[in-house]
Design a protein around this ligand. Structure first.
Ligand code: GL4
Length: 795
């Protein structure tokens, strides 16, 4: 049998005319990417055959974002080829890690929501569940962040130049997507016939990224659609003399798969976003229906064989699109079509932030998608009629799908799906008790919870091989296959020698990160200092600002009051959406603190602030294993779940957090003694809002707050001042940084004191690792598969 490394050698010879010892790193990279893809294709062939023969139910996961992260290491690891390849390359003078570094990090997502989709694909595949992901092949993923003079600047991320080797183009499965035009209703002997005329069409080209599982049979597909102009269509218009319209398709196609919208949890309300959403949902639905019909010659059993998951509201147009296909292309009656549709879709809500609950103005939407609009309007009419009949008329203002000339996509999803879930216990409770209370009353049993999880193979086995191999030797259980087994570590929570070993590994990971920090920022950090990490998107509700206020507090105390705290390195990583001015100000503020502290010969011995630019999956893999403290300090009730909190815990960081999102469940898992919880709870936040939150009262009654804020007014570095931030905190402070300030500062002191007791800290850290099993994406996806999707593994 020809071994994998022989194939690499042969590829280099036939493709480049080089033997391995003459090849460049780039050539070796290309050979590895292509040959790994081919290997997965082969494997997929067998898997697909089994899947087809079994005719079992399959899940389709629709998401505007899949933040896949680099693929090569993940694939070699999963296929069990990493060691063989590493040895082969080393023998020939190459370092595998350097080859990995050539791969661009496909940034096809903004943050947590997109990364979750990828963790779920990895986990389902590792467990042999049949699942296909659908999204867009963005030419430019999330922008590359460069910090210039403390300000974020955005640069295009041209990932496809070196990233495309992993993709397989499937020219045989192109589909046509129609925009604009008008619809015509016509009564025929078969009933009402609706035709869509004068439309502009675009072609969706499929590119497949094959997803490997860890020691599994399955290879699943992430299908990414790329938009292409429909040339044939152009010609017809051109002949009709409609020259300007003849190029419309080119213009639309050019833009649709051009770039990922760089806003996490808020919607910019752009026509292009509507087109992107419809483009990929229509392409995916057409393909699903076509394949189903080819197998069964009917769509009557669609819901028995297919479940389509809607990842937040972005793919909600799946719903009217399936209605359209059933009504207009397969001539189903409304009732029969609706009966199928309402058994096919399940929806996850990922945020309750008002600005993130997608709404489209009818005036914007209707001309772009006239037929889809008319279907949504009809769904809404029937829903409203039904509400009248069941006596829910008074709640229609919140539940109606179209209200005040706006289409509310979450309402469309709830009405049309058979299941709606939130992403942590707290978040799911808020959905039924508050955000979607009325819906929960009229649809009892439709709402439930699946707490998020992480692909632990990436987030410990691959990114922290030192810890993984130590735990493998110590525990002698296969926790990489089944993370619940890591709980065996709990038996060692009082074992000093294990605690010391873990501490040594942490120090090693800290040293590796320090080296990176030095290279990328020039800052020397002390590896013995507490590595205090806050990495996530920059959002006011996540309260990076509260963290910064504590840093200013420490700065003042050290400089003016002689405080000598345990040395600490505050590490930040965060992208701000390009149009989000306050978020960009906060980055500038943090960078200014960093610079100010570096310039102070005393303070810098105790505190360092490092802002690492371009936070992304690859950088997370470096930072997370090195963290001692995991900052999860969002205002209670605002962070739906968080998943970084889980990754950090699994790598032994202690959570300093509010009772928000999945922090609540981390607290439950590790117990009160092994976590640092502070701040207002969700009911307390709500109470304070009800009574009228006045940040100025906190400012007036606390000299610490006053001194901290007034000190910020005196900061003036290179002409920048932060009066705007101070005024914002005193006058509005929508996420209550001032209300939680004291509680946070007190907890930070406790963190510091605990760190001094190495043994205690080490034991707490160990307990966090041991109790992380429930946060594996294997557990979450198993819940989806069994409780919501009703799918089986492929045998
Ligand atoms: C998010 C939530 O903000 C985040 O708490 C959650 O972990 C993630 C995945 O469920 O989804 N919602 C949006 S929008 N972006 C997110 O990251």
């Amino acid at each position: 049998m020809v071994g994998f490394t022989d194939e690499i050698g042969r590829y280099l010879e036939t493709k480049f005319g080089n033997s391995i010892d003459e090849a460049s790193e780039r050539q070796v990279y290309q050979a590895l990417m292509v040959k790994t893809r081919d290997k997965l294709s082969e494997k997929r062939f067998d898997y697909n055959k089994k899947l087809k023969d079994s005719k079992q139910k399959q899940a389709f996961y629709m998401s505007m974002e899949f933040l896949v992260g680099r693929t090569l290491r993940n694939n070699l690891f999963n296929l069990g080829l990493e060691k063989e390849v590493k040895d082969y390359l080393e023998k020939n003078g190459f370092t595998l890690d350097k080859i990995y570094d050539i791969e661009p990090d496909p940034g096809l997502g903004n943050g947590g929501l997109g990364r979750l989709a990828s963790c779920y694909m990895d986990a389902l595949t590792s467990q042999d569940y049949p699942m296909t992901g659908f999204s867009i092949l963005y030419e430019f993923g999330i922008f590359k962040q460069v910090i210039h003079d403390g300000w974020q600047q955005e640069y295009p991320d041209n990932w496809l130049d070196l990233g495309s080797y992993g993709l397989a183009y499937r020219s045989d499965e192109e589909v046509e997507i129609k925009f604009y035009g008008s619809t015509r209703e016509e009564w025929t002997d078969k009933g009402l016939k609706i035709t869509h005329n004068d439309y502009t069409s675009v072609i969706a080209e499929p590119y497949d990224l094959l997803i490997s599982g860890y020691h599994s049979e399955a290879v699943n597909t992430l299908r990414l659609w790329r938009a292409k102009a429909n040339k044939g269509f152009n010609m017809k218009l051109f002949e009709k003399g409609e020259y300007a319209r003849s190029v419309e398709s080119d213009v639309i196609a050019e833009s649709i798969s051009k770039l990922l919208y760089p806003a996490d949890d808020n919607d910019t309300g752009k026509a292009l976003r509507i087109k992107q959403q419809y483009f990929f949902t229509s392409a995916s639905l057409q393909q699903i229906v076509r394949n189903h019909y080819a197998t069964y010659s009917t769509l009557d059993n669609l819901a028995e064989k297919v479940v389509i998951h809607i990842n937040d509201t972005h793919p909600a147009m799946c719903i009217p699109e399936l209605m359209r296909i059933l009504l207009d292309e397969y001539e189903y009656s409304w009732e029969d079509a609706w009966n199928i549709v309402t058994k096919t879709f399940a929806y996850t809500n990922h945020t309750i932030m008002a600005e993130a609950l997608e709404k489209w103005s009818v005036d914007l939407f209707k001309p772009i998608l006239p037929r889809i609009y008319s279907i949504i309007a009809e769904i809404n009419n029937r829903f409203c009629e039904w509400c009248k009949r069941i006596g829910a008329l008074s709640e229609l203002e919140t539940m109606s799908i179209i209200h005040n000339n706006m289409i509310k996509m979450a309402n469309l999803c709830i009405v049309s799906s058979y299941n709606v879930n939130g992403v942590s216990k707290l978040h799911s409770d808020i959905l039924v008790e508050d955000t979607f209370k009325s819906f929960n009353r009229i649809y009892p049993g439709k709402f439930n919870n699946v707490t998020n999880g992480i692909a632990h193979r990436r987030w410990i086995a691959q990114s922290n091989p030192e810890l993984t191999s130590y735990l493998n030797d110590l525990l002698k259980v296969d926790f990489v296959k089944d993370l619940s087994k890591i709980e065996k570590l709990y038996d060692y929570k009082d074992d000093r020698s294990v605690i010391e070993d873990l501490e040594k590994i942490k120090l090693l990971k800290k040293a590796q990160l320090s080296k990176y920090i030095k290279e990328s920022t020039g800052i020397n950090v002390d590896n013995e200092s507490i590595f205090d990490v806050q990495v996530k998107r920059l959002h006011e509700y996540k309260r990076q600002l509260l963290n910064a206020l504590h840093i200013v507090y420490l700065y003042r105390k050290i400089k003016f009051d002689g405080l000598r705290p345990v040395p600490r390195t505050f590490i930040f990583g965060a992208k701000a959406s390009s149009g989000y001015a306050m978020a960009k100000n906060i980055i500038k503020f943090i960078c200014t603190l960093s610079e100010m502290i570096e310039a102070d010969p005393v303070v810098r011995n105790y505190v360092k602030v490092v802002f690492l630019e371009d936070y992304r999956v690859t950088l997370a893999e470096k930072i997370i294993p090195a963290a001692n403290v995991s900052e999860q300090i969002s205002q209670a009730g605002k962070e739906a779940s968080g998943t970084g909190n889980m990754k950090l815990m699994l790598n032994g960081a202690l959570t300093l957090g509010t009772m928000d999102g999945a922090n609540v469940e981390i607290h439950e898992a590790v117990g009160d003694k092994n976590i640092f919880i502070f701040g207002l709870s969700t009911p307390e936040v709500n109470e304070l809002i009800k009574n009228g939150y006045r940040p100025i009262d906190y400012y007036r009654s606390s000299s610490e707050i006053r001194d901290t804020l007034e000190f910020i007014r005196t900061i003036n570095l290179n002409g920048s001042n932060f009066n705007n931030i101070v005024d914002y905190l005193i006058n509005s402070d929508p996420y209550m940084c001032l209300a939680d300030f004291h509680s946070y500062v007190e907890k930070q002191k406790e963190v510091e004191n605990t760190y001094l007791d190495k043994n205690k800290w080490g034991s707490m850290s160990l307990v966090n690792i041991a109790k992380a099993g429930i946060f594996s994406a294997d557990r979450s996806t198993e819940e989806y598969a069994k409780n919501i999707w009703n799918i089986d593994i492929v045998k």
